[in-house]
Structures are given as structure tokens and as C-alpha cells.
Design a binder for this molecule. Structure first.
Ligand code: FCB
Length: 523
């Protein structure tokens, strides 16, 4: 650009406007466009089998862990269950039409283990299960939508729990590998992106530390369960999952990769943590909790062993990999799947007092909170612990970029759940805040990509309001509203916004979400 001194007064006179525009842009995060992302970047929506399929005992599917868990009163809010869910099993065609109408490049969904192998290794493959996923894959491909398939997303045949205690037992590794291979054999010709396991870090804590997910095991002070050991079992469960992942990836690379040429990744719950204070101890605590929650899974799968921080605090409680195992789990991911929703503060417990559940080796002696000096880290959402902190997604990919040598990443889930709605359909459909949430998170992500993060895609959670595990149907993350009586799908404003965004049109109206605003602790 040719620049001469005579332009200075002109630029000066316009400066206030330039600054104002910059300010508005930064505050709104609003002008995010598809073209702010690289050309080959994929946009999609994500779902999981148990959360939408229903048809819980149809066409040969067996009872799974969530079917059984839902039976006991008190486990799921309002006594909800996934028996009908969104009836996607029958309405999949309509749903794929909806997915296509959004204009996405890709669709992330999971397969139901108990539909494909109702008795795990102890029975036959269910042909109707195979048929169902063949129909889905064929439809997606016909419509030019890339399938991203999660092999296992929290649900497995109950028989594996009853026979040998599922993930607490190394036998589960063999069952998992058998199931994954069944998927490769039947679907691998069309699936180029496989996700072995969804959120092993969240699952092992929810199911074996605080007993919120089946098989709901725990010990004091985490809870009062008939059986379990909250300090040890999550570590064993993760160990079995990592070995199951490693064995599966080796099998794929050896026997299927050549013909099917797919890539395999794992998805983690990637909650971000910032230090509660500037104190060096809290800064260390924030690093430590990231190691205990994220590197816990990713270090073994990249470097072949658990993070040294964990070994330091857990000693022999942390399982060991044999040298053979180290070899086959090392470098066993082609990409990292990042499920990111929220950010919290981390506080050191080694040198200051903390709650009984935080002041323990399994927690790395770190406490967490969403509040600093009475100020919330971000606006509340439907789920208490998840606050809107859009910078967190950028911080998270930056962390992964640095620790894992900028390995390819996909944002496999990012979404907003409405705080308690008045119960009116109109409220649910006028979801301005969801739109603003995605714009802000996408802006932060786009900046991280400009700063060099190797992020290849973004999947919005989720296509339609669904069975949100322990929250049942009370928590809504969807682009589509579901009438629970008729199961009719109605697009929310956010569906229209996403469609427009994907066409590079940014006109849909929005209102603002406040970040780091003053919320009193009990508001
Ligand atoms: C994640 C799960 C997903 C969904 C979102 C809200 O932990 O992977 O199934 O429930 O939370």
C-alpha cells in the first residue's frame, strides 16, 4: 500500500470511527462468517445413538446399561428414559433431510453397541442393526454428507455389565475390539472418520466416582453407594478404555487401513481451567487439573504413558502399561476430538484448605469453582457447572496445540443448553442466546486457527433436543425443538441462523450474552 504523510490528518479524522467499529466487533463477536474459517474446514452437527434413537427393544436390540439404569426411580430427572427418545430409529430419513437442509458438510453420530451385537462377543451380529446403520450411511453419502462415526458413546449391552462388570474388567477390551471390528467390516468402506470412544474421562468419573452414570459406583466422601471405590476405579476404567482403543487402532491400521483409508481419533470432554488467582500455586493447580483430566487420556495415546504429574501424586495407584502396551498405544490417534462447553477456575489444595472431595490424590489436590470473589466466570446455562466463557475454546485448542505438537483436532461437540424455560414452545424456539453462544465460541475458535491451531472442523451439539442423560428431556441443546407428545420437529431460530451462517449470510437477528458479568452466587 502506498502511504504518504498527507494521509495522516485524514486517517486521524476517521480514527474514532475505526476504533468504534473495532470495539463493536470485539464486543459482539457478531460478524463471524464461514469465510473466517479455512476453505476445507468442515461444519457439522452431532448426536449420539442412545440420545435420539428410541426403539429400545425393537428389531433385535438388547437392553443396554442406560435402559436398565433408567428403570430405577431417581436416576433420571422426571423419571425420563430413552425408550422412545426422538424416535430417530423410525424417523431417520426425515432427520437426514433436516441435516441436509442445514447445509452441513458432516454429521457425527454414534452406533448402538446393543443394536449391532446384542450380546457382545457372546452372541451373533444382529442383521437388523447392520441394516439400520447401512441405511443411514448410504443416505448420508448420497446427499454428500461426510459421516463421522463414534463407535461407543456411553451405551453398551447390559450383559457385559452383568457377566463381568464391564469396564472394570480387562475382558471389556476384547468385547470392545470385537464390536469395533464388526463396525469396520460392515461400514468401513464408507466411513473415513472413526471415533473410538466418547469422553472416557467424563464417563469414568461420572460412572465410577460420583455415581451419576451407570453402573453408578462410588465411595465416601464422593457419595454413598453400595459398592465402588471413587479413588481407584476411575483409573482402572480409563486404563481399560485406553487399551481397548489402542488394540482397536492397531487392528484397523494392520488389516483395514490399506483398503478403507480412514482415520481414527478419540473424543475427550475438554473442559478448560483457569487459575482462581494469580498466585503461582493456583497456576500450578490449573496446569495439574488439565493433566489429570485431559492428558490423562491423551498422553498415553501420543507418548505411551500417563503424565508425570499423575504419577507424582498417585504413585502406584495409577495403573502401569507394560512395555508392549506402551508401544501399541503410542501414536494411536490420528486426530483429537474436542468436546468443549465451558471453563472453570482451579484452586490449589496442597497448601490451602479445600472440600473433602477435592483434597485428594485422585483429584490432583485441585478444587474447582465457577466463581471468583462473588463474580461468576460466565453466564449460567441449563447445566449448573457449564458457564458461557467463549475464550475457553481458544485456550483449549491452544493447550492441545502446544502439548500435542499441533495434531489435527476437530471440535466434536460445542453447544448451549437453555436455562430453565418458562415451558412455552415459543421460548424454546426463540433461542437468541444459543445463536449468540455459537457466534462467540466460533469467533474465539477462528482466532485460534488464525494463530496456527490445526483445527479441521466444528460439530454443533446438537441437531435436536434429546435425551440428555441424567437430565432426561429437561435440558435442551437442540437446533430443533421436539414436541414430546407428537415428536414433531420444529426448527428453532438457531437452525435458521446455522443455515444462513453456512451460506455465509450473517443477517439473523441476535441479542447479547454477557460474559464475566456480576452474578451473585445464588442467582
Ligand atoms: C457430552 C456428551 C453428549 C451430550 C453433551 C451435552 O458430555 O458427550 O452426549 O450429552 O455432553
Amino acid at each position: 500500500m502506498i502511504f504518504c504523510k498527507s494521509m495522516v490528518p485524514y486517517i486521524y479524522s476517521k480514527l474514532q470511527w475505526v476504533l468504534l467499529c473495532c470495539f463493536l466487533f470485539l464486543v459482539h463477536g457478531e460478524n463471524i462468517k464461514r469465510s473466517d474459517f479455512p476453505d476445507e474446514f468442515l461444519f457439522g452437527v452431532a448426536t449420539s445413538a442412545y440420545q435420539i434413537e428410541g426403539a429400545y427393544l425393537e428389531d433385535g436390540k438388547s437392553l443396554n446399561n442406560w435402559d436398565v439404569f433408567s428403570l430405577s426411580p431417581g436416576n433420571i430427572q422426571n423419571g425420563d428414559d430413552g425408550y422412545v427418545a426422538e424416535d430417530h430409529y423410525h424417523q431417520y430419513l426425515k432427520d437426514i433431510e433436516i441435516i441436509q437442509s442445514l447445509g452441513v458438510d458432516a454429521y457425527r453420530f454414534s452406533m448402538s453397541w446393543s443394536r449391532i451385537l446384542p450380546r457382545g462377543r457372546f452372541g451373533e451380529v444382529n442383521p437388523d442393526g447392520i441394516l439400520f446403520y447401512n441405511k443411514i450411511l448410504d443416505e448420508l453419502i448420497l446427499r454428500g454428507i461426510k459421516p463421522f462415526v463414534t463407535i461407543y458413546h456411553f451405551d453398551f449391552p447390559q450383559e457385559l455389565q452383568d457377566r463381568y462388570g464391564s469396564w472394570l474388567n480387562p475382558l471389556m477390551q476384547e468385547d470392545y475390539v470385537h464390536y469395533a471390528e464388526t463396525c469396520f467390516k460392515n461400514f468401513g468402506d464408507r466411513v473415513k472418520h472413526w471415533i473410538t470412544i466418547n469422553e472416557p474421562n467424563l464417563f469414568s468419573q461420572m460412572a465410577y466416582q460420583i455415581a451419576k452414570y451407570p453402573p453408578a459406583r462410588c465411595s465416601q466422601p464422593f457419595g454413598d453407594c453400595p459398592a465402588g471405590n471413587s479413588d481407584i476405579e476411575p483409573l482402572i476404567v480409563m486404563h481399560n478404555m485406553l487399551l481397548a482403543h489402542g488394540k482397536t487402532v492397531n487392528l484397523y491400521r494392520r488389516y483395514y487401513q490399506h483398503e478403507q483409508s480412514g482415520s481414527l481419533g478419540i473424543v475427550l470432554d475438554c473442559q478448560m481451567y483457569e487459575p482462581l488467582t494469580d498466585n503461582v500455586l493456583d497456576q500450578e493447580a490449573a496446569k495439574r487439573i488439565m493433566a489429570f483430566y485431559i492428558a490423562w487420556a491423551l498422553d498415553p495415546l501420543t507418548f505411551g504413558d500417563y503424565p508425570s504429574e499423575m504419577r507424582q501424586y498417585l504413585g502406584n495407584q495409577l495403573p502401569q502399561f507394560s512395555s508392549d502396551e506402551r508401544k501399541f498405544i503410542r501414536n494411536s490417534i490420528d486426530f483429537i476430538g474436542v468436546n468443549h462447553y465451558a471453563t472453570s477456575y482451579a484452586k490449589d489444595c496442597v497448601h490451602s484448605s479445600c472440600s473433602a472431595t477435592a483434597n485428594r490424590s485422585i483429584k490432583g489436590f485441585v478444587d474447582t469453582s465457577t466463581e471468583r470473589d462473588g463474580v461468576q466466570i460466565g453466564e449460567p446455562t441449563g447445566i449448573g457447572s457449564l458457564r458461557v466463557v467463549s475464550r475457553g475454546i481458544g485456550e483449549m485448542v491452544e493447550y492441545l496445540k502446544t502439548r500435542y505438537d499441533n495434531m489435527p483436532m476437530f471440535i466434536t461437540e460445542n453447544g448451549y443448553s437453555d436455562p430453565q424455560l418458562e415451558g412455552e414452545v415459543e421460548d424454546a424456539i426463540q433461542d437468541f442466546k444459543r445463536i449468540e453462544f455459537h457466534k462467540m465460541y466460533m469467533s474465539s475458535l477462528a482466532q485460534a486457527i488464525r494463530d496456527g491451531a490445526n483445527v479441521k472442523g466444528y460439530f454443533l451439539w446438537t441437531l435436536m433436543d434429546d435425551f440428555e442423560w441424567i437430565h432426561g428431556y429437561s435440558i435442551k441443546f437442540g437446533l430443533y425443538y421436539i414436541d414430546r407428545q407428537t415428536l414433531e420437529r420444529t426448527p428453532k431460530l438457531s437452525a435458521k441462523w446455522y443455515q444462513d451462517f453456512l451460506k455465509n449470510n450473517t443477517q439473523t437477528p441476535t441479542i447479547r450474552i454477557t460474559e464475566s458479568v456480576q452474578y451473585t452466587a445464588n442467582s
